[in-house]
Design a protein around this ligand. Structure first.
Ligand code: FES
Length: 491
C-alpha cells in the first residue's frame, strides 16, 4: 500500500500509513527576526494541522523554519517525537521545555520501528553541524526527507521511492555581502550551480525514482528585504528556473511539483505551480503585515560598548579551544556607531575602539537586530539568516573560525567538535594515486565522491578546491587538505 504523503509547504509533511500519522517539520510563522515566510503561503492549513492527532512528530533541527515554536506550542503533547541525537541536546531540551516529553532519540543511522511494517531511520550531518534527515520505510515504500541536511554522500540510503530535498539556498552567502554587482552575479550563479550539482548527486546516489522540491525557498515580506525575492539575482530561485537543468542531468527522475496541501499522489496540475504571479507577494505581504511589522515595533534600547564587550568576551571564554592561534579584527557597525574588536589571542580582551581599525571582517547590523542578539532573543545564526545584516570581508575568503564562533559559539559542544575534526586523527582514502583526508575540512563531506582532475581535488558539496600537490586550498576557503602520493617513492 502506498502511503499518503501530504506536503504542507517548505519542509513540512503529514505522512499516513496503516493507521500511523507522522507530522514532519511543520512551519507556518515567520522565522529569523520575522524575515522569512513560507512560500507559497500555507497559513490556511494551520487550523487542521493544529487540530490533527499524530502518532509521531519529527523536527529535523533547530532552525526556525523547521522548529516553529508558535506552532509547536499549539500541538497536542500526546505524541512521540523522533529527535536527532545531537551533541548539544538543544533540540531535545527545547522540545521538552515545550512539554514534548515522549522522545525517541536517534543517532546517525539508528532505526526506530514505527509499526508492524514501518521504520524510521535517522540520518545526521556527521560534521560539527547539527542537521538531520529521516528515511521512512512504510510497507516497503521509502520516503527520504533530506530537507536541507547534508548527510555525507557515502552514507545516503539507496532504493528511494521519493526524495524531498532542497534545491535553493538557505544561507546569507553571497547575497548579504556587499560585492560589486558583477561579482555578486558571478558568485550567485556559482552557488546556484553548486546547489543543483549537489542535488543531482543526491538523486543519483539514492536512486530516487521521484523528487519533490522542498525546504525552500522562503520569501521575504518585510519591504526592507524585498530585494531578496528577486528569483534571478539571488540564491532563492523558483523550481521552474532550474527545472530544465535538472531534467537534463536527472532525466529518469520524476519531479513532483506540489503546492501547500497537495498530496504527493495528486500534485498540483501544471500551471498551478507558483512563479510569483503578479500581485501575489504584495497580497501576501498585506495579509501578514502584523507578523513582519512586529519586528519594527517599539524603539530598541541603545546598545552600549560595555554590552558588546561583555557579549564577545563571553563568546570567547566559552570557545577558547576554537580560538587558539587565532586572531582577527572585526568591525561591528550599528546605527552610526562602529566598534573595532580583536577576536582571538585566547585570553585577549575584546577591545572597543573609537577609531575603527582596518578590519578583515565588517558586520553592519541594525540596532534592532543587535539588541535581539545581545538580549539572547536571537543568535548570530538567526541574525545572519534574517538577511537584515550586511557583510564585508577582505580578503574575500571564508573564515570558518569566525563564522563558527558566531554561529555555534553559544553552544560550545559544536565548536569543540570542530576543533576535534581539525586535530584529527585524519582518516584517509586512496584515489587516483593519492592518499587524501577522507572528510572535507569545511563541513565533513566524504571526499570519496570528490572530483579529481587537472591537479585539483574538488569537494562535491560546496565545491572547495585543493591543489593535489600541496593540499593548499585554491578556492572556497583557507583550510588545507591532508594529501600525499599514495605510494611514496622509496628513499
Ligand atoms: S563540505 Fe563544504 S566544501 Fe566540502
Amino acid at each position: 500500500m502506498i502511503p499518503s504523503i501530504r506536503h504542507l509547504g517548505h519542509a513540512g509533511f503529514v505522512v499516513e500509513h496503516a493507521g500511523l500519522r507522522i507530522l514532519i517539520d511543520p512551519w507556518f510563522h515567520p522565522a529569523f527576526l520575522e524575515a522569512w515566510f513560507p512560500y507559497p503561503d500555507n497559513r490556511d492549513l494551520l487550523p487542521e494541522v493544529v487540530a490533527g492527532r499524530y502518532d509521531y512528530l519529527y523536527i529535523s533541527h533547530t532552525h526556525e523554519d523547521h522548529f516553529d515554536r508558535r506552532l509547536l506550542a499549539q500541538l497536542s503533547r500526546d505524541v512521540t517525537v523522533l529527535v536527532p541525537r545531537y551533541r548539544t541536546k538543544s533540540l531535545s531540551r527545547s522540545l521538552a521545555a515545550l512539554g514534548f516529553g515522549q522522545q525517541v532519540l536517534l543517532g546517525h543511522r539508528e532505526e526506530h520501528r514505527l509499526g508492524p511494517d514501518s521504520t524510521a531511520t535517522m540520518l545526521l550531518d556527521t560534521s560539527h553541524k547539527e542537521d538531520s534527515g529521516l528515511l521512512l520505510d512504510l510497507g516497503g515504500y521509502r520516503f527520504l526527507d533530506l530537507n536541507d541536511c547534508n548527510t555525507p554522500m557515502s552514507e545516503l540510503p539507496g532504493d528511494v521511492d521519493l526524495l524531498a530535498a532542497q534545491y535553493s539556498g538557505a544561507m546569507w552567502y553571497p547575497n548579504a555581502y556587499d560585492y560589486p554587482a558583477e561579482m555578486m552575479a558571478a558568485k550567485t550563479a556559482a552557488v546556484r550551480s553548486d546547489l543543483l550539482d549537489t542535488l543531482a548527486r543526491k538523486v543519483k546516489l539514492t536512486g530516487a525514482r521521484a523528487y519533490l522540491p522542498s525546504a525552500g525557498p522562503a520569501c521575504f515580506l518585510d519591504p526592507e528585504l524585498d530585494r531578496f525575492n528577486d528569483r534571478d539575482a539571488t540564491i532563492f530561485p523558483h523550481w521552474e528556473d532550474v527545472a530544465p537543468v535538472f531534467a537534463a542531468v536527472c532525466p529518469e527522475t520524476r519531479v513532483v511539483r506540489t503546492a501547500p496541501g497537495d498530496l504527493v499522489a495528486a500534485p498540483a496540475p501544471p500551471g498551478r505551480w507558483f512563479t510569483d504571479p503578479a500581485g501575489y507577494l504584495a497580497d501576501y505581504r498585506e495579509r501578514r503585515c502584523a507578523d513582519w511589522e512586529a519586528y519594527h515595533e517599539g524603539e530598541p534600547a541603545p546598545v552600549t560598548a560595555e554590552e558588546v564587550e561583555a557579549h564577545f568576551a563571553r563568546l570567547q571564554r566559552l570557545n577558547r579551544p576554537l580560538l587558539a592561534d587565532y586572531r582577527r579584527d572585526l568591525r561591528l557597525e550599528t546605527g552610526g556607531t562602529a566598534w573595532g574588536l580583536t577576536l582571538g589571542g585566547l585570553a585577549a580582551q575584546v577591545e572597543l575602539e573609537d577609531e575603527p581599525v582596518d578590519p578583515a571582517y565588517v558586520i553592519r547590523i541594525p540596532p534592532r537586530a543587535l539588541r535581539a542578539v545581545l538580549d539572547g532573543r536571537a543568535g548570530w545564526e538567526e541574525a545572519l539568516l534574517s538577511m537584515r545584516l550586511s557583510l564585508h570581508r577582505d580578503p574575500d575568503v571564508f573564515d570558518l573560525t569566525m563564522l563558527s564562533l558566531l554561529r555555534y559559539g553559544h553552544q560550545p559542544a559544536q565548536t569543540r567538535q570542530l576543533v576535534r575534526e581539525r586535530a584529527g586523527p585524519v582518516e584517509t582514502i586512496e584515489r587516483d594515486g593519492l592518499r587524501l583526508q577522507r572528510y572535507c575540512p569545511h563541513a565533513g563531506e566524504d571526499l570519496s565522491h570528490a572530483e579529481i582532475t587537472g591537479g585539483v581535488v574538488e569537494c562535491p558539496r560546496h565545491h572547495w578546491k585543493w591543489d593535489t600537490t600541496t593540499g593548499a586550498c585554491v578556492s572556497g576557503g583557507a583550510l588545507s587538505l591532508h594529501i600525499e602520493p599514495a605510494e611514496r617513492p622509496s628513499a
